[in-house]
Design a protein around this ligand. Structure first.
Ligand code: FCB
Length: 470
């Protein structure tokens, strides 16, 4: 299955239209001062109005599937009030438009846009939010037809840790204990969503998407190996263990017991709900990380690494780690290191340690400093190289026996990249934010070849094809 991904707040705009109420991202982008250049999602790609044009782009691209998310504040603007018909209608039009073009719709119920009114009563640190999510899930499951695969959550790690513990994302809280309790409530909400789906649409598949990491220890010394294992606990095991084994990793429960409420919010029966069997797992992957123990900057430099101020370093480093970089390794405009071998490694680990259910790469891609050439063409050879290397890694994982069924590029369109606003472009389609005009980039043409032939074009030839002829 070939596809592309987007998310509601990042592309839709129309934030006050047809009954939608504010989400935590509206509040955060307007008031926190923490989004670059003061950008907001008010207009974004104006996809709410231009969706038909975007559907035509998908058809032209030749993808078999499209992953998007549904904005909770469009569906239940008053949370406990009735469903908003106008909000549902938008997604009905979108889904119908996909079917007309023979494209499978892959909706995600939650891609970070929590209704602000729920945040006002604690957001994901409040257990009740999980039950409100279950109500919302029931509405979309009942009211949106033509879906064969539902996804509950996108990257609950990011919601819990960037949103509640480190403050880089909405709602901008900086409280480690809140990060842990949000983790549990997000997982509980996922489990309740799975149970709702089994009841309401038993014939439909349901899964979730995680951003799992490949974390490598900077040295073979025990202190760095231990630090890497803690980082792994936070990013990988804290999600995979409850979902597939029905338990939280003991080391993590103990670590977060020093940060109340931590995992003391877990109630009897919760883990059974969370480990309700799912039909597929979505994996978002961008790049690996290298980890060492806290205070080991000097040893890191001696081992040949770069140690810089890490923009994502939490205010309280409960994991007692530092992130280091391998000099000379290529990076994206996000400053993320590129190493596709990590993707194969990750997929094999999931397969060997956790599950054999079908896996989908629900996001993979890169931001680069794209620009429109004087001839109107957007050439993005770096993106083509990145995507080629990662698809080769996927092929390698399949050769290793991994049950990998699909691949989705992040993203169809340049869009609102959260705390980075519009300054980072991930799209295979350029957006002119002043006019809303869409310009397919070279990578779009390249991906057309992939979807049409099911083969990877020769990299050198693909890169050469992007060169300016004038
Ligand atoms: C992922 C998000 C997605 C996008 C990419 C770059 O963490 O799920 O919305 O921002 O990163």
């Amino acid at each position: 299955m070939w596809g592309t991904s987007t998310a509601a707040y990042q592309i839709e705009g129309a934030v006050a239209e047809d009954g939608r109420t504010p989400s935590i991202w509206d509040t955060f982008s307007h008031h926190s001062g923490r989004v670059l250049n003061g950008d907001t999602g008010d207009i974004a790609c104006d996809h709410y109005h231009r969706y038909a044009e975007d559907l035509d782009l998908l058809a032209d691209l030749g993808v078999s599937a499209y992953r998007f998310s549904i904005a909770w504040p469009r569906i239940h603007p008053d949370v406990t009030g009735p469903a908003n018909e106008k909000g549902l209608d938008f997604y009905k039009r979108l889904i119908a438009g996909l079917h007309e073009r023979n494209i499978i719709p892959l909706p995600t119920m939650y891609h970070w846009d929590l209704p602000q009114s729920l945040e006002d009563v604690g957001g994901w640190t409040n257990r009740d939010t999980a039950y409100r999510f279950a109500d919302y899930a029931a509405t979309v499951l009942e009211r949106l037809d033509g879906i064969s695969k539902w996804t509950t959550f996108n990257e609950p790690w990011t919601s819990a840790w960037l949103g509640y513990a480190y403050g880089h994302h909405a709602p901008g809280r900086e409280d480690i204990g809140a990060g842990a309790s949000a983790t549990h409530h997000l997982l509980l909400a996922h489990g309740l969503g799975v149970q709702a789906a089994r009841k309401i649409v038993p014939e439909v598949e349901i899964g979730l998407t995680l951003n799992l990491g490949v974390l490598r220890s900077g040295t073979q010394e025990q202190v760095d190996i231990d630090a890497t294992w803690r980082a792994d606990g936070n990013q990988n095991r804290i999600w995979l263990d409850p979902l597939f084994k029905g338990t939280y990793p003991e080391d993590m429960v103990e670590l977060y017991s020093a940060f109340p409420p931590g995992f003391s919010v877990v109630q009897p029966g919760d883990l059974e709900i969370i480990s309700s069997p799912i039909d597929f797992l979505g994996v978002n992957f961008y790049g690996p990380g290298t980890v060492m123990g806290e205070g080991r900057e000097q040893e890191a430099r001696m081992a040949g690494f770069n140690v810089g101020p890490r923009p994502e370093a939490p205010p309280v480093n409960s994991l007692r780690t530092i992130g280091v970089e391998t000099p000379g390794r290529p990076k994206t405009a996000m400053d993320w290191e590129i190493d596709a071998t990590a993707l194969r490694e990750l997929l094999v680990r999931i397969d060997q340690e956790y599950t054999k259910i079908p896996l989908y790469i629900t996001e993979n891609g890169a931001a680069f400093d794209d620009y429109v050439g004087t001839d109107g063409v957007v050439r993005d050879p770096d993106r083509i190289r990145y995507l080629t290397e990662h698809l080769e890694a996927c092929r390698g994982a399949i050769d290793d026996g991994v049950n990998l069924k699909g691949y989705f590029i992040w993203s169809l369109l340049d869009n609102f990249e959260w705390g980075f606003g519009y300054s980072r472009r991930f799209g295979i389609v350029w957006i002119d934010y002043d006019t809303g005009r869409r310009i397919p980039k070279s990578s779009f043409r390249w991906y057309q070849g992939v979807t049409a032939t099911n083969e990877l074009p020769n990299l050198d030839e693909a890169m050469a094809a992007t060169r300016h002829k004038g």
